[in-house]
Design a protein around this ligand. Structure first.
Ligand code: ADP
Length: 486
């Protein structure tokens, strides 16, 4: 195994000061995806790719270290390896015979299917890190997420009273179908005229979703017409959720949008949660109206849906950065109101993770990067729409590429397989530690003013705030180096 050039803090010469157990050698990674994450991993100093059975490695990398490998003394903070094609990695189609055996990796960015098929039978070594917890679907399947939230809410009401339980008022009224059909019908009759949204529990990208006002509109669904053709053979109906539609979304320029928030969980027990400063708002292409509830371009903000709109402009896209959004909202609605709204998003993140904390199979080898979808209503109240375990890592343009490259580089910085940090950091690049077995309070001297320049309150939470990640990384690596030396 070749030795890597030493980069600052990569491994201390004194073994007692090393927290990690990957020795002073290259870190071997596997990756199932061909998008920004692969670029990040391939461009990371000291990391080398382990080709999987079907993995495709660029010719330049065959049997050698990546050509864009940085040399000694450089710090990985940016998108040095960004390819000109922002949509995916520049892979050639050469299949390289592996010089590693299949389990010979330190880090695996695997897909969920792979994990489901292999987790129960694989043995993970002390140092190995893998994406996804075994039963992540407890939070990421729409019906299970609501079931878990309802349970914790009830428990909170029992133990701490009604007022405390109100802190769970962030998900729209939801029922699982067909199992809760009769309860739904009772609720439907109490609120005649409102709009409901039907969503397949385990699908994504807006597939199979429709809105309705009349009960008879779901008779077709009841007959099974909404089951995908490929599933016609199934003898049980596909599980859906029916959810109260948020009829008063906050509009900007007359358009509806939702906010993508990135959350990293390194451990469920104790719960350790990081929140990324960056993210984006996804806008619908067509002006909002309740007159045309069958028009998905008006009501669904998924990029996968919007990019098919007839007048969609791929250059412009339909996105704003979260920083731009925060700045706009603060100017329009006032800093205090906006701050309250962002605090309410923190509450959504923590409560939702706590709702599965005892259920998720906690494994120190696993981590999860969630993509939360949050919808704001006209009162600036955030609603949790869903949580994704595999948020899209394909870039829709240069800005999106840079966001995702920074997000993923810093995720690797947080996981710190290189053992360059002290483990006590509250901020690593764009990630802020939000929760570590309890709320994290911000340091007074942190230079993290929101985009509009006003101060933020005590929680260590900076969603939509200024993200000077490269400068911050340089500082913490230098600090960590001197701490380790002393
Ligand atoms: P998918 O997993 O298919 O993306 P989502 O639950 O995220 O399904 O819903 C897709 C889109 O539909 C959301 O991004 C949002 O724009 C809209 N949407 C979903 N649920 C609601 C709701 N209850 N009220 C208003 N809009 C909703």
């Amino acid at each position: 195994m070749s030795k890597v050039a030493r980069i600052p803090g990569y491994q201390s010469k004194n073994p007692k000061q090393n927290r990690g157990i990957i020795g002073d050698r290259e870190i071997r990674f596997k990756c199932s995806l061909q998008n920004v994450i692969l670029d990040v991993l391939r461009g990371r100093p000291g990391w080398t790719e382990v080709p999987g059975q079907n993995s495709q490695v660029p010719a330049a990398q065959q049997g050698t270290r990546p050509s864009n490998q940085q040399t000694s003394g450089q710090t990985q903070t940016g998108n040095q390896s960004r390819p000109s094609n922002t949509g995916s990695s520049q892979s050639s189609n050469i299949i390289v015979p592996s010089r590693f055996s299949d389990g010979d990796w330190d880090f695996y960015w695997c897909d969920r299917e792979w994990l489901h098929q292999n987790y129960d039978t694989m043995f993970l070594h002390e140092h190995q890190k893998i994406l996804h917890f075994r039963n992540h679907y407890e939070l990421t399947r729409k019906n299970l997420m609501v079931k878990n939230l309802k349970r914790l809410r009830k428990q909170t009401e029992r133990e701490q009273g009604k007022t405390e339980a109100q802190s769970f008022d962030f998900y729209p009224t939801t029922y699982e179908l067909p199992s809760e059909y009769h309860i739904f019908v009772e609720e439907f009759k109490k609120n005649l005229g409102i709009i409901w949204i039907m969503k397949p529990a385990a699908k994504s990208q807006g597939k199979g979703i429709f809105l309705f006002r009349r009960l008879k509109d779901i008779t077709d669904w009841k007959k099974g017409e909404y089951q995908p053709l490929s599933d016609q053979t199934r003898d049980v109906p596909e599980t859906y959720v029916v959810q109260r539609y948020i009829e008063n979304p906050l509009l900007i320029g007359g358009r509806k949008f939702d906010v993508r928030v990135y959350v990293l969980v390194c451990s469920y027990n104790p719960l350790k949660v990081w929140l990324y400063r960056g993210g984006f708002a996804r806008f619908s292409n067509t002006r909002f109206s309740l007159d045309s509830i069958e028009d998905t371009y008006v009501h669904l903000t998924n990029v996968a849906v919007q990019k098919n709109a007839p007048d969609y402009d791929p250059e412009k896209g339909c996105k704003w950065s979260t920083q731009q959004l925060r700045k706009y909202l603060a100017a329009k609605h006032g800093v205090d109101k906006v701050q309250k709204m962002f605090k309410a998003i923190d509450n959504i993140i923590i409560k939702s993770l706590q709702s599965v904390q005892k259920i998720i199979i906690n494994d120190k080898h696993c981590f999860e990067m969630y993509g939360y979808d949050v919808l704001l209503d006209s009162e600036l109240k955030p609603w949790l729409i869903e949580i994704n375990a595999s948020p899209s890592l394909t870039a829709s343009g240069k800005e999106d590429y840079d966001l995702k490259f920074g997000l993923l580089s810093d995720l690797l910085n947080v996981l710190d397989l290189e053992n360059r940090l002290t483990g006590k950091e509250k901020r690593i690049g764009g990630w802020d530690l939000l929760w570590d077995d309890g709320p994290i309070v911000a340091d007074d001297n942190m230079d993290c003013t929101p985009a509009n320049g006003s101060a933020v309150s005590t929680p260590n939470s900076y969603l939509g705030c200024f993200n000077d990640r490269k400068k911050q990384l340089r500082e913490i690596y230098l600090t960590a180096q001197s701490v380790k030396k002393s």
